[in-house]
Design a protein around this ligand. Structure first.
Ligand code: SAH
Length: 453
């Protein structure tokens, strides 16, 4: 009988979808973070539940050939990167495998449909968005950085290799400002202080938006901080304060006030210019988003005469990047500020054949069907939880020739593809895309077509 704190030798033979190594000890399957396929390790048992166990590396007996030296001081404790200790090639293989496993096991699809993964051009500094929590440690000291894996404890590390240099410099200065002012930090008691530094970067124009998320609209010394930041960083285009006094896990509150600049940033993607409000979703890896959209565009195979429906459209980016190739574009998105962005983005790019609806995708699809809209192509790009069975039913009943599914979660994607294949659609191709190097996340884009065409 194995117990907590026992040391066991494990051969790591595969990785879970979260990036943990898997090794067997008799009947038990152990999960061990920060390991690589091919490692032989001495592991310390942390917990055993029925036939699975959790362990951590005590020492590496024989390192996997995939191993590289992690180049970040918090690589093993931060919840962001899980693949900083293996080569990028090994990481890409693991991510393709994650998509392959989901679509074959959950989706019951032929694994040959899964094409090569599209690697990211940049594997560091690629994020154009950072949400950096600020809080107090046990001793009341100010900490700013990243949540530890599977927890809400903040690891102090204001700089991150996935962020551009300008984020790390601004975050360092913001930390210096708050370091000596713990009374300005949000706690569940005061509900007023600062809780997150949220940064966005419009790479093409080299413009930064700085957002402070706080329990109330201002804090002592705020204008002094804003002035020193805008003086030091000419690339800061906007500073906004988002008010969130609620004790929840949701980062952004409902109200945002602009304190400097115009409160939006504008980026260029696929040759178009997009305004992005702080509340609107925007792809975090811009260069890679262009590759993702290129693939989605080739799957949509538009010829100029089609009606295109873009569900979960955010600020309209996917649909607008295809608008010139179709007759009519309808986008649906639930966040009002993103819909406002989408409408303005159509205008500013001279796109006259697009309209946008603010609402839930499942309900809007029913409404559009009722209006007699018959899309030839539907693009969906839902959040991690995927589509509802009702929406899949409505899409099928609208009978588009092709459905392009962009997904950030292989498991819900596979679940949804199974429903489509049970209702008149076939999966033609699945391309994994690495949007988030070093993290466990992998994006996929899928082409489906109606069986009777
Ligand atoms: N296609 C966009 C956005 C994808 S992210 C892009 O590539 O940038 C998913 C989007 O779905 C987010 O903008 C989110 O606000 C939106 N969303 C979430 N739930 C929704 C729902 N029930 N109905 C419509 N949109 C929703």
């Amino acid at each position: 009988m194995l117990r907590k704190n026992d040391i066991i030798e494990l051969n790591i033979t595969s990785l879970t979808s979260d990036g943990d190594g898997v090794g067997r000890a008799g009947e038990l399957v152990f999960f061990v973070p920060n390991t690589a396929v091919g490692d032989v390790i001495d592991a310390r048992v942390l917990k055993i539940k029925k036939n699975v166990g959790f362990a951590k590396v005590e020492s590496i007996v024989t390192p996997s050939p995939d191993r590289i030296e992690p180049d970040c001081p918090v690589a093993h404790s931060c919840g962001g990167c899980v693949y900083r200790h293996i080569s990028y090639e090994a990481e890409l293989n693991a991510k393709r495998q994650k998509v392959f496993d989901a679509v074959t096991r959950i989706g019951k699809l032929d694994g040959a449909l899964v094409k090569d993964i599209i690697p990211s051009k940049n594997i560091d500094g690629y994020r154009n968005k950072a949400m950096i929590p600020i809080g107090l440690d046990r001793n009341g000291g100010v900490v700013m950085g990243f949540y530890a894996r599977h927890s809400h404890n903040i690891m102090h590390c204001p700089s991150c290799r996935l962020s551009p240099d300008v984020f790390n410099e601004i975050a360092g200065d913001v930390y210096e400002f708050f370091r000596t002012r713990p009374e300005l930090i949000y706690t569940s008691q005061n509900r007023s202080g600062v809780r997150h530094l949220y940064l966005r970067y419009a790479e093409a124009a080299d413009r930064v938006m700085v957002c402070f998320v706080a329990g109330k609209r201002g804090f002592d010394g705020d204008s002094e901080l804003y002035d020193s930041l805008t003086e030091k960083y000419p690339s800061i285009a906007s500073i906004v304060i988002n008010v969130n006094p609620d004790d929840t896990n949701v980062i952004l509150g409902k109200r945002t006030y602009t304190v400097y600049g115009d409160g939006v940033i504008t980026d260029t993607l696929c040759g178009l210019r997009f305004d992005i409000a702080p509340e609107a979703f925007y792809q975090v890896n811009r260069t890679q988003a262009e590759r993702l959209y290129d693939k989605a565009r080739s799957y949509a195979a538009l010829t100029g005469g089609e009606v295109l429906l873009d569900l979960y459209c955010g600020a309209g980016t996917i649909g607008l990047s295809m608008a010139k190739d179709c007759r009519e574009l309808v986008g649906v998105e639930i966040i009002p500020q993103a819909v406002e962005n989408a409408k303005k983005n159509a205008d500013r790019n001279g796109i006259g054949n697009a309209r946008f609806i603010c609402g839930d995708a499942s309900q809007a699809a029913v409404q559009l069907k009722g209006e007699g809209i018959r899309p030839d192509v539907i693009v969906v790009d839902p959040p991690r939880k995927g589509l509802t069975p009702e929406l899949i039913g409505t899409i099928v009943s609208m009978a588009p020739d092709r459905v392009v599914y962009v997904s950030c979660d292989p498991a819900t994607l596979a679940r949804d593809l199974k429903l489509f294949t049970e209702q008149d659609y076939s999966v033609e191709e699945i391309t994994p895309v690495d949007m988030f190097p070093r993290t466990a996340h992998v994006e996929s884009v899928v082409m489906m077509s109606r069986n009777d065409i």
